[in-house]
Design a protein around this ligand. Sequence first.
Ligand code: HPA
Length: 284
Amino acid sequence: MTQRVWQVFFTTIILGGIMNKSIDYIKEKIKNQPEIGIVLGSGLGDFADAIEDKVEIPYTEIPGFPVSTVKGHDGKLIFGQINSKEVCVMKGRIHYYEGYDIKEVVYPIEVLAGLGIKTIILTNAAGGVNTDFEPADLMIITDHINLMGKNPLIGPNDEDLGPRFPDMTDLYNKELVEVAENSAKKLGIDIKEGVYMYFTGPSYETAAEVRMARILGADAVGMSTVPEAIIARHRGLKILGISTITNMSTGILDTPLDHTEVVEVGKEVAGKFKELLKEIIEEI
Ligand code: HPA
């Protein structure tokens, strides 16, 4: 087989087959089809407590599903209701820096799309680049910059799933941004908005990289979300992104960055984050 034929065979037949196995396995376990997918970032796992009538499926049980190795990332899908909406929460995401292929990073999003969700809420912990931000701020993502240089759609494209060249206009859905703004207002939460720039990590950025990010138009930097948003757009999902600014990025303050602190601040804001997300889900 030529390399090209093998590539197409691998992507469509082998990966497609495994994906169907993941989807079928989950379908057998859940009671209702989810409408909204929610990916929880570092330290934000507590949100899962808000789900009613839960069905929990550990990633390790799902055929073909990658398993997150990061501290603070649990690794399960939780199905159930929030404010009577059917949701699927991904507690623990897969990061490129763990050593996974970019296709594995977005695999769970493809599975959620395959399960029939229409909307996805991507949350993350991020470093503040905009000096008007403070740790514990929440930021609605209005756009992103993919500094990683890789794209999860590289390779053969299955036109039945999405277009070869997906448009990225209003990637983060404007109506959902408005819903998030109104929800924050209603709850008296001061919410920021801005552009998220994706670095692979796992090292934090240098001070020079943070200066560059600011010059290029970023308000926050982080190590996730962007590949997921690209694949979600390919599958035609509506996307909302929310960052917790867990720290100011390198070089803004004198203190060195520490992952434990990121998780701690994530936990500190978990309360307001949970209330906001519940309100948003109600309004979607
Ligand atoms: N940089 C990248 N990723 C992050 C940061 C940061 O400062 N804080 C939380 N996630």
